[in-house]
Design a protein around this ligand. Sequence first.
Ligand code: BGC
Length: 266
Amino acid sequence: MATKSTKPSQVLGIDIGGSGIKGAPVDVDQGALLAPRLRIPTPRPADPEAVADVLARLVDHFEWSGPIGCAFPAVIKAGVTATAANIDESWIGFDARRLFESKTGCPVSLSNDADAAGQAEMLFGAGRHHSGTVIMLTLGTGIGSAIFIDDHLVPNTELGHLVVRGKKAEHRASARVRTERQWSWKQWAKRLDEVLNTIAQLFHPDLFILGGGVSKKHHKYLPYLTTEVPVVPAELRNDAGIVGAALACRSEHSPVQERSLLGRAS
Ligand code: BGC
C-alpha cells in the first residue's frame, strides 16, 4: 500500500490501545482516513520496545515518511508518558517520543488518547456545533476525559481517576467493569450516572459526549441517565482515536492554525 505523505495536511494517525494498535493516514483538513486502517494486536507485554516495533510495521505498511500523531492511554508531557494506569509500568516517565522517532525515522507527536478522540469529536463529530464547557468521556478499559472550554482543550485531565463514593470513577463505571461484573445496561447506567453527576457538580459542563466502543449502544443506557447536562454519544466511533491523534499532531506543530480551525468548524 503506497500512501507516502506529501502534503502538510496528511498525518499518519496511530491509536495505541490495550488490545490493538490501529493506524491510517489521515487528511486532517477533512478528518477522513486516506486508506483503510490497519490493526495490529497489542504485543504482550506491551513494553516500549515492543510497541515501537508495531509502529515501525505500520510505517512500513503505509510506506510513510511524514509526521506521525500517536494517541496513548496515559498523561503525556512533552512526549514523555507520565502515568500507567492500565498499561505496562515501564512507560512511567519514559521518553516515548524519542524511541518512536528513532524506530520510525519520522517526527512523532504524542497525546493522551481521550484528548485526541475529543479533538476529533469537537472538530468533526458530536461537539462540532457546541461551545461553552464540553466534556468528552471515553468508556473502555478505563475512563478517559477531555475538557474543552470554548473549543480549547485542557489537556491530561484524567477524570477517570476522580474518586466517586470511595472508588475511582474508572473502577466504578468503565465499560470493562460492566463486562466483568456482568451488569445489565440499567445497572451500569446507575454507576455511570453517579460519575456524570459528580463531574457535573464540579465542572458544570454544557454537554457530555460519551465515546468508546459502548457509544454505538447508547440507546441501551442513555435513557437511564438522570444528569441534567445533555449527554450525546460520540459520532466518529472507531476512527476517533486515529483522526484525533493526527489532529493533535498538527495542533502541536501549528497551534495557531488549529485554534482558528477550532474557532468554528462547519
Ligand atoms: C488513563 C488515561 C486514559 C484512559 C483511557 C486511564 O486509565 O489514566 O490516561 O485516557 O484510561 O484510556
